[in-house]
Each structure stands twice: as structure tokens, then as C-alpha cells.
Design a protein around this ligand. Sequence first.
Ligand code: SAM
Length: 329
Amino acid sequence: PLHLRDENQMHRYVRINLAKTTKEKVVEYFQNEGYRLFNSSPVGEPKPPKLFSKSKTFVLDSHLPDLLVFPPLTDLHDHPLYLNGDIILQDKASCFPAHVVSPAPNSKALDACAAPGNKTSHMSSLMGNTGTVYAFDMDMKRLDLLKTLTAKAGCTNIVAKCQNFLDVDPLDPQYKDVEYLLLDPSCSGSGIINRMDSLVDHFALCVGHDSAVKGANKEQRLENLSDFQVKIIMHAMKFPSAKRISYSTCSIHKEENEHVVAKVLGQQDRFLLAQRKDVLPGWPRRGLETPLLTKEQSDSVIRASPEDGMNGFFVSCFVVDPSASPIPV
Ligand code: SAM
């Protein structure tokens, strides 16, 4: 297996912004510029042909329909399609959550810890720029960056609010139809090995600055983080129309990932873990085994690793139990 520790060896991923353009148009644009499109491998990560390491080649991603894969070191920061917001340069793993939560067009979605907004604009893209995405972040500067980046991406269905998500009232009538919630809260950032997004210090953004992530030593810090992450998920579950909630981190620690999922499953019975068949079933790397989850539950969550050519990442999805009684509003 590959052990990629260096961002110079990592594929470059290009997300097509469906809020503004189509896959066909973007592929054609690159081809007209002399880029050659190779076939993706049928299973697993693209196993590019030798030529793939040459510049001016690309493949269609084999798991996500709105993603193109370019060879390591391809730099598209000055590309016209990046500058005009038709494409977003985003690590593959960080494109998983929006696909997993999969908001329907014309629906109401919510991004609880949203800045700088890559996943917010991804939800907007998957919704074809229809419906509404409420985007919260408690950091004004980061929220300003979210507003700038989502405006550049042409997203007109995002309502950005500088607010602590834990203080948002789930029973406020304006949120009564929110069905899809994407939770990507502050984490240790231990999975990050590259900084594809040159505009922001991704590491600082993931780790956050609030007291929840501080602690005397690593164990204490992870415990504080995991308590905070559980709180965010439990709060999201109070939204009366919530039916699908993704929880993700760019951490490799079980304490922030599988263990958080297990704690949430133990603390409430309104939401179940979505089954593997509904959570990118074709993606091979699944959750780590832990006595706190059944084998089937570990198999229902996703991990990504630098060995897959991307940052370390974790994604899980909760779905409302159809037999649960409705929350009175
Ligand atoms: N989802 C973002 C993206 O893909 O661009 C990255 C989010 S980053 C991992 C975590 C964010 O959560 C930080 O911007 C931080 O300011 C924000 N945050 C932390 N605690 C929060 C809270 N209680 N309410 C709202 N935002 C919070």
C-alpha cells in the first residue's frame, strides 16, 4: 500500500460546482485546453495509468460523481474555472459529508459549524442552488470568509449566521422544516497532511480556538473535544424535522470518531446509524473496530487515510428512526 505522508504525492481533486455549471462543460473545458481524460479504475481509488503522473491528464473520480482527479502537483489556483467559481479545489475526503447527508433539491439544510464553507457550498451545489442552507459559525472572521467563498461559488441559497450552534433554538419556527444537517465541528485536525486550500489555514480552522478544544494533555484534550462533538450532535437531533445528519472530523482518533458515534447512540433512541448501503457503500475503508460498536455499525461509517491519497477523515450518518414519535412543536 501507498504510505503518503507528503502532500506532493497526493492527488489533486477538483469538485464541479453544480450550482453554476455541469460536469460535461467542465470536462470539455479541460479537454479543449489539451488535458487528456483517462478512464477511472472500476474499484477503489483511481489507479492511474503511468501516464497519469504526467501533467495535463485527469480521471473521473470512481466514487463521487462531481469530482475530477488530477495528478499530484497539478496547480489549478490560477485556472479560469477556479477563479470564476465553476470548480472548487477540495480534498476528496472532505467531499464525503455533503454526499452522505445528500440534501434534496428545494429542501432545507443546515451546516452547524460551517466556515470556511466548503461543505456548505457543496450542499448548495448538490441542491442545484435551490431551497435553503442555514450556515452557522461562531467566528465572525471565518464566517466572512464563508460569505466570500460561497458568493464566488454563486450560491444564492445560503443564509449565513454568526452564532454558536448550541445556542440556536431548534424549535424556532424558521427551522421547522430543516431535514438535513451537516456537522463538521472543531476537532484535533490529526488527519491533515496537506493544505490544499491555500486561502485558509485549514489546520487552525479545524482545531478551532474555543475553550472546548483546550486541555492540559492529549487525553484531556481529546476528552474535551469528544464531549463537545457529542453535544453538537445531540443538539442537531433536537430539530423537529431532522431526518439525516452527517457527523465528520478530520481526525484519526477513535475518541473523536467511532467513540463519539457510540456515545450518541447510547444517549438517545430517536436516531439510528445509517446502514452501509446508504453511506457510500462502494468506499472500501470503513470504521475501526471497537468494543463500543457492533461490526455492522463500524462498517456503516467511513474513514479515509493518507494511504488513500487524501487527508485522514471520518464520516458517519444518523437517520431518524421511522417509528420515533414526532417532536412536539
Ligand atoms: N465545515 C467547514 C468546511 O468544510 O469548510 C470546516 C469547519 S471547521 C472543522 C470547524 C468550525 O466550527 C470552525 O470554523 C469553528 O469556528 C466552528 N465552531 C466551533 N464551535 C462552534 C459552535 N459551537 N457553533 C458554531 N460554530 C462552531
